[in-house]
Design a binder for this molecule. Structure first.
Ligand SMILES: C[S@@+](CC[C@H](N)C(=O)[O-])C[C@H]1O[C@@H](n2cnc3c(N)ncnc32)[C@H](O)[C@@H]1O
Ligand code: SF4
Length: 388
């Protein structure tokens, strides 16, 4: 018996936000329908993919502990498709009765009917993309909705019965000020969501935003201002009872996302759909991000040509990756747990690296383990690179 997570990718959006380079595109109902049929077929035939991975195949009973329907914008498609996907997962796997089942939604695409269908299908966590409560700024970054539409979506989700709601916010956006950030946070905290994710903008190549910045049409806050926004966020959220459990994630007690926590604990998961990533039997692999190829291969019942293998981990790779993943979390690496998993003493294995990072003030060490220091949170990339 093996516990796993399941990730489902819905790669469609009403309009591409200017900053976003996720694998998603603007499409139409005919393509949605074809895509869902292929996705269902991929789940139906998941064993064919696993058998063909470069490892010894053993049939094992898989228990699904979390399902995450992400995108793209899962709420853009007909809600019956989401119900079909959950039905298919339940048909092919044993889904734990307490499984966390999340769907990402965009406020510009949500209706009461869709929310009812999600609830009835067993979805118990909603993640709403908002980014900021400032309508002008929402326009600057190419979002399809305003704050009022978010408020309606949030209210609807609560009235339908969803109590576990996450809101995504962003900092470091063009024209954004620290006052904007403070205002966004206060307006969201007032609604009392169980979870808030706050992402620092990553300026991705070939996005509309990158072109606007390069041409001088828009300007980003400087690094000091962006860091000041980050610390402001952390401060306000912690004062209001949200504890930070990862660089970008905050929650009320007991509402940490199980799906994300499992990923940072290096637990296994299977991804279905365009560009969906998987981690199984020490192999990291994903589907390619080309919709025509994806659909074409599945229609030919060729379930393997979509797969791209990224890494077949040896124990050394696995250990290094574990350390990097745990150093994203505020808890860090626990010596006892590390020893239990890898049968080796963490400090013996990483003594020189740890000493170097402690000297630089980037990590702190205790009797229990190591974790990022306050300074290390601002230079987390430097810390992670040490273990690559
Ligand atoms: C798949 S989207 C959430 C659902 C829906 N697509 C939406 O945007 O409303 C996941 C989140 O990733 C974050 N994100 C996307 N692109 C980003 C970037 N370039 N830098 C930082 N965060 C980003 C946004 O906060 C976004 O809400
Ligand atoms: S709606 Fe979400 S996935 Fe789609 S482009 Fe915007 S941020 Fe990216």
């Amino acid at each position: 018996m093996k516990e796993i997570g399941v990730y489902i990718h819905i790669p469609f959006c009403r309009q591409k936000c200017y900053y976003c380079d996720f694998c998603s595109l603007v499409s139409n109902e005919d393509i949605y329908k074809q895509y869902i049929n292929c996705l269902l077929s991929e789940i139906e035939n998941y064993k064919i993919k696993l058998i063909n991975l470069p490892h010894e195949w053993h049939e094992e009973k898989l228990i699904v502990k979390t399902i995450y329907i992400g995108g793209g914008t899962p709420s853009i498609i007909n809600d019956e498709y989401i119900v079909d996907i959950i039905r298919k997962i339940k048909e092919k796997f044993t889904v734990d009765e307490n499984a966390e089942i999340t769907i990402e939604v965009n406020p510009g695409t949500i209706t009461e009917k869709k929310l009812h269908s999600y609830y009835d299908a067993g979805i118990n966590r909603i993640s709403i993309g908002l980014q900021t409560t400032n309508d002008k700024l929402l326009k600057v970054i190419g979002r399809i909705h305003n704050f009022n539409e978010f408020e309606n979506a949030y209210k609807l989700a609560k009235s339908v019965g969803f109590s576990n709601i996450n809101v995504d916010l962003m900092i470091g956006l063009p024209t954004q000020t620290i006052v904007d950030v403070e205002q966004s946070l206060n307006q969201i905290i007032n609604k009392n969501p169980k979870h808030i994710s706050v992402y620092s903008l990553i300026l991705e190549e070939n996005t509309i935003l990158e072109k606007k910045i390069r041409s001088g049409e828009l300007v980003l806050p400087n690094e000091n201002d962006e860091r000041a926004m980050y610390w402001k966020v952390k401060n306000i959220l912690e004062k209001n009872g949200y504890s930070q459990y990862e660089i970008s994630n905050f929650s009320l007690k007991g509402y940490e996302s199980k799906h994300n926590t499992d990923c940072w604990n290096q637990k296994e998961y299977l991804g279905f759909g365009l560009a969906a990533h998987s981690y199984y039997n020490n192999i990291r692999f994903s589907n390619l991000c080309n919709l025509d190829d994806y659909l074409g291969n599945i229609k030919k019942e060729d379930f393997c040509s979509n797969i791209q293998i990224h890494e077949v981990q040896k124990s050394e790779d696995k250990m290094n990756e574990y350390v990097i993943l745990k150093l994203r979390t505020m808890q860090g690496v626990n010596f006892q747990i590390f020893k239990k998993i890898f049968k080796i003493d963490f400090m013996k294995k990483y003594k020189s690296k740890v000493e170097k990072l402690v000297k630089q003030g980037l990590i702190e060490i205790s009797d229990y383990g190591v974790r990022l220091s306050i300074k290390g949170i601002d230079f987390a990339n430097v810390v992670w690179c040490e273990f690559v």
